[in-house]
Design a protein around this ligand. Structure first.
Ligand code: PLP
Length: 355
């Protein structure tokens, strides 16, 4: 017996789907989605459905109180007959940790993989296959009960939607150091992949974009001194030829790309440091030429170079190099993800296809 049901219309939705030339990142929706509901203390059977609008009560806690956590991972099918995922168990564990932080019921591993595999397998024939392209999967879990009482919902929904995507090129980034707003503080929900963290970041992100920057760089919530991360990516610096990244302080999102880069660079003989990194030390290091490069990482862009760090007083700091170490790491990681290079860490997981 299959681990989920398939609704009428799924085959027709896939047949009718044409992969457009221009994919962007999130512009194109995959024609199917997965949904399972939690009622009376247990998860119901999952269903694969044609992609479309869903009904949600206006008073649901997901809408009123941001009772929602999510994940992001990619399925690749570049020069392979079957799609494969990159470290999906890590996404499953992180979704469980995020759920735990918001006291939502955890999505069991079997249900998580039923959803991921249903969508990936149904989409395998329509997945883009050029290097850098992939099927971006977005699992999410939210509270569906209406009501204003400040407690968790008693009903929940787990869904997986997907988008065929290009290699996400942010170009070379120009980041705006955010000295006023705080994305997340220790004790809060910064380490959970919760929608509400993004809400906290939107004002600074939009203001940064309006001033011609790419994205905001966040500092710690207590002293406004230590580097956390970008709104959706972790940060690294190359200092005196060694890699440095802020240590996970409880407010930083523990990125799977971050963890993979740490493992990959250690295995290639790089010296790697996870530590508290003061923004002023980084900026002084750029001026002295000791910080040769700064870059960001996350599932979407993999590794993205940062050319400029702009301070709130208008000063701009430019590391000597952009995209030297970053490019090496991006190429090495993408080659593993696309299964062109030996998977020395056992990171990729092949998905069976229905057809
Ligand atoms: C998802 C996310 C990242 C990157 O995590 P990956 O697992 O590498 O994709 C970094 N920061 C924030 C705030 C995120 O939401």
């Amino acid at each position: 017996m299959s681990a989920y049901d398939t609704a009428p219309g799924v085959a027709a939705a896939i047949d009718a789907f044409k992969l457009p030339e221009k994919l962007g990142f999130g512009l194109v929706n995959a024609p199917v989605m997965f949904s399972a509901e939690w009622h009376d203390g247990c998860w119901g059977r999952g269903q694969l459905l044609p992609y479309g609008p869903i009904e949600v009560w206006p008073g649901s806690r997901a809408l009123q109180y941001a009772e929602l956590v999510f994940e992001g991972l990619k399925a690749y099918r570049v020069g392979q007959s079957k799609p494969s995922l990159f470290r999906p168990e890590e996404n499953c564990r992180r979704l469980q940790r995020s759920a735990e932080r918001l006291s939502l019921p955890p999505v069991p591993e079997t249900l998580f993989f039923a959803g991921i595999e249903a969508v990936t397998s149904a989409c395998s024939a329509i997945m883009p296959t050029r290097s850098g392209q992939s099927l971006y999967l977005r699992p999410f879990l939210f509270g569906t009960e209406s009501g204003y009482l400040l407690r968790n919902s008693v009903s929940f929904r787990f869904m997986v939607i997907a988008n065929p995507v290009e290699a996400y090129v942010s170009g070379v980034m120009n980041v705006a150091i955010e000295r006023t707003d705080v994305r997340a503080a220790v004790g809060g929900i910064g380490a959970a992949k919760a929608a509400a963290n993004y809400a906290a970041s939107l004002r600074a992100s939009s203001a940064a974009i309006a001033r011609g920057h790419t994205v905001a760089l966040w500092l710690d919530g207590t002293e406004h001194r230590y580097i956390q991360e970008l709104s959706g990516m972790n940060v690294f610096a190359v200092i005196d030829g060694e890699l440095h990244t802020p240590e996970l302080d409880g407010a930083i999102l523990p990125g799977i790309t971050r963890d993979s880069l740490l493992m990959l660079s250690r295995s290639r003989g790089f010296k790697v440091h996870e530590r508290r990194m003061a923004i002023d030390e980084l900026l002084a290091g750029i001026q002295k030429g000791r910080v040769s490069e700064v870059f960001a990482c996350g599932t979407a862009a993999i590794v993205a170079p940062i050319a400029v760090l702009a301070d709130s007083d208008g000063h701009e700091y430019e590391p000597a190099h952009t995209d030297v170490v970053a490019r090496q790491l991006r190429d090495a990681l993408l080659a593993i993800q696309e299964r062109r290079a030996p998977d020395e860490f056992g990171w990729t997981k092949e998905i069976a296809t229905t057809k």
